[in-house]
Ligand binder design. Structure first.
Ligand code: CP
Length: 315
């Protein structure tokens, strides 16, 4: 079946999930992002690649990093950018999401960046829009967060360029995490040989091994000799019942402390997609420590989002 994210010629048309995207496209995005990193160091932080285009940021769910970095990225590409505050938009008066899209299309929008609590929202919009419009999924339910997965692998590539010789551990609430799913697909597609997930049984999806990962329930075993430790946020808003004894208990067993991090390689990097819960998923000493690349992840997110938008615009 034709991948709805690709044109008949195999080029990127929408970015909805990493699952099913070929390695060629992932590398195209990462290599293009590399060329945008330097834009931030210029006196005038702008390139004209999206001049005359209108990008609509539609965030139906809270966000700090993704919303602002998409906005900065679009502005650095010289696009006109609208960020719709959904709580004050006509959605709150009962307008459907597709009517909102049609109205913004009537204002000549060229690209929609969509975050929604419902898995599949971005796919639905991509099926609905006119052929000249592209849709980027900025996180849908517990399904996918493709630009987060891409900025994470971009950050790893920056610090650990030999992707074919890496051991990566993803720690925490894999069950509810769209970030974990996108990261796993990105890492395995790019040929990272060993991806581990470390979590209690209650926070792992059934058959998670089918995604090509190794499962650990013990932090010290799972972190042994890894090159990259990716911590996940506890997605309390998506937990339908008590899946954990308490935040303190969770921190004791699965929170990343300097002591547990010592099991990883001495030059391992520590990542977190944010928002971080200090003292629950990660100790402040580690989050702010020398091995942490949590803030560089945010910075690289701008270059990666510029790359995605510029490729979708046909540059
Ligand atoms: N990582 C991430 O999606 O953060 P925000 O929810 O702040 O966008």
């Amino acid at each position: 079946m034709q991948n709805p994210q690709l044109t008949d010629d195999g080029e990127l048309k929408h970015l909805l999930s990493i699952e099913g995207l070929p390695k060629r496209i992932l590398n195209q995005i990462l290599d293009t992002a590399e060329s945008f990193v330097g834009v931030a160091e210029r006196e005038v932080k702008k390139v004209p690649l999206l001049r005359g285009k209108t990008v609509c940021n539609l965030f139906f769910e809270n966000s700090t990093r993704t919303r602002t970095t998409f906005e900065i990225a679009a502005k650095r590409l010289s696009a006109d950018v609208i960020t719709l505050n959904v709580s004050t938009s006509s959605q709150s008066k009962g307008e459907t999401i597709l009517d909102t899209i049609d109205n913004l299309t009537a204002m000549h929008a060229d690209m929609f960046v969509v975050r929604h609590a419902q898995s599949g929202a971005a796919h639905m919009i991509a099926k609905h829009v006119a052929p000249h419009i592209s849709v980027i999924n900025a996180g849908d339910g517990s399904h996918a967060h493709p630009t987060q997965g891409l900025l994470d692998v971009f950050t790893i590539r920056k610090y650990k360029p030999d992707m074919h010789n890496l051991r990566v551990a993803i720690v925490g609430d894999v069950l509810h995490s769209r970030v974990a799913r996108s990261e796993i697909h990105a890492l395995t597609t790019l040929g990272v040989p060993e991806v581990r997930v470390i979590a209690p049984k209650t926070l792992l999806p059934q058959d998670v091994e089918k995604l090509g990962v190794h499962v650990y329930h013990d932090m010290n075993e799972g972190l042994k000799d890894v090159d990259v430790v990716m911590m996940l946020r506890l997605q309390n808003e998506r937990m339908t019942s008590a899946m954990l004894p308490s935040a303190q208990e969770y921190f004791k067993t699965y929170g990343l402390t300097a002591e547990k991090l010592a099991e990883a390689k001495h030059d391992a990097i520590v990542m977190h997609p944010g928002p971080m819960n200090r003292g629950v998923e990660i100790d402040s000493a580690v989050a702010d420590g020398t091995q942490s690349v949590i803030l560089p992840q945010v910075t690289y997110g701008i270059a990666v989002r510029m790359a995605v938008m510029s490729i979708l615009a046909g540059n």
